[in-house]
Design a protein around this ligand. Structure first.
Ligand code: NDP
Ligand code: 13P
Length: 333
């Protein structure tokens, strides 16, 4: 069997942890870091001091700050930058792609303005057909995966043969990928759970109880599935790893940046104060706007997303958002 050559574009927590998974599964991996000091630390010390300082990366992982060098010769090109910067980044990288390289999106967001999913942005920007784009999504908190705690995930691609190739390339003793054809459902599950995790974080800071939190998870999943079905997703996807699985992991974990961001808001901080207090990407903060717009375009009711958007971007007091949710007209489940 030939060795997979992979480029991981983005040296944040998930890009770095995913590079470890790929290398542990047998691939030769080059991480692209936008700051040379991060690339140099990975090359020289085998660690990413800014994002996963305690994790020793396998020998098969190297790094560069030259994206062209990372992409040239790569069979798998893994995209792990913030969702809102992907389009600009990929426009600079597309020329370096090998003719049959598979592009793998790790990102869990919806693009502001266009309301496009990340795989759609990839197809448009890289000029590749949709069957060359795979999505990896599931309950995958980067720090836990990097610590080799057992987890499962979904590799979604409309081309099942390609999904299987990616599945093989990321199967390790601690990481178990399942394939799925429903790219839309998997991406939507990953993006909307970040918004629900913001709500969960707000509820946590407000010291609300487990009934409230279970209600947020369950009704959050209901509105995710409602939007998904309106857009053509398979409803069963939302009961799987990229739906319920990721929603539960993200809401329950203090490691989640989205939940943590929500906790800041729930303590009464403004968006700017919460942003100043947190450093890493909390995708839900921007994606809630795009998801709300997508829902409105398709006449889908997403009350939790609407309220999260109001708290984040319209300065609405979380207590008022809670009253708004609880005083909605009653209806059948
Ligand atoms: N972390 C996790 O547990 C998981 C994350 N994801 C998803 O993966 C995606 C990436 O997240 P994650 O790795 O966690 O993010 P991080 O915030 O940990 O890292 C972001 C990375 O992107 C770089 N970056 C920031 N701005 C730009 C830009 N304008 N252009 C290019 N690169 C930029 C950062 O570089 P610098 O350090 O120089 O700022 C950093 O390397 C997100 O969509 C997230 O939802 C999915 C599953 C798990
Ligand atoms: O997507 C994740 C886990 O699957 C990580 O969630 P956060 O971005 O909220 O940390």
């Amino acid at each position: 069997m030939t060795t997979t050559t992979a480029a991981v574009l983005g040296a944040g927590s998930w890009g770095t942890a995913f590079a470890k998974v790929l290398a542990d599964a047998g691939a030769d991996v080059t991480i692209w870091a936008r700051r040379e000091q991060v690339a140099a630390a990975i090359r020289e010390y085998g660690t990413n001091p800014d994002y996963l300082p305690a994790v020793r990366l396998p020998e098969r992982v190297t790094a560069t700050s030259d994206a062209g060098k990372a992409i040239a010769g790569a069979d798998l090109v893994v995209l792990a930058v913030p969702s809102q910067t992907l389009r600009g980044n990929l426009a600079n990288w597309a020329a370096f792609l090998e003719p049959d390289a598979t592009l793998v999106s790790l990102m869990k967001g919806i693009e502001l303005g266009t309301t496009k999913r990340m795989s759609e942005v990839v197809v448009e920007t890289a000029g590749v057909p949709a069957d060359r784009v795979a999505v990896v999504s599931g309950p995958n908190l980067a720090a836990e995966i990097a610590a080799e705690q057992p987890a499962a995930t979904v590799v979604a691609c409309i081309d099942m043969a390609r999904a299987t190739v990616v599945q093989r390339a990321v199967t390790t003793s601690y990481f178990r990928p399942y394939t799925n054809e429903d790219v839309l459902g998997c991406e939507l599950g990953g993006a909307v759970k970040n918004v629900i995790a913001l709500a969960y974080g707000i509820a946590t800071a407000m010291r609300l109880g487990d009934n409230t939190k279970a209600t947020l998870i369950t009704r959050g999943l209901a509105e995710t599935a409602r939007l998904g079905v309106a857009l053509g997703a398979d409803p069963l996807t939302f009961a799987g790893l990229a739906g319920l699985g990721d929603l539960v992991a993200t809401c329950s974990s203090p490691l989640s940046r989205n939940r943590t961001f929500g906790e800041h808001l729930g303590r009464g901080e403004t968006l700017e104060e919460a942003q100043a207090a947190t450093r890493q990407t909390a995708e839900g903060v921007k994606s809630c706007l795009a998801i709300r717009d997508l829902a409105r375009t398709h006449n889908v009711d997403m009350p939790i997303t609407e309220q999260v958007e109001k708290v984040c971007h319209e300065g609405v007091d979380p207590r008022k958002a809670l009253i708004a949710l609880m005083s909605r007209e009653t209806k059948a489940e």
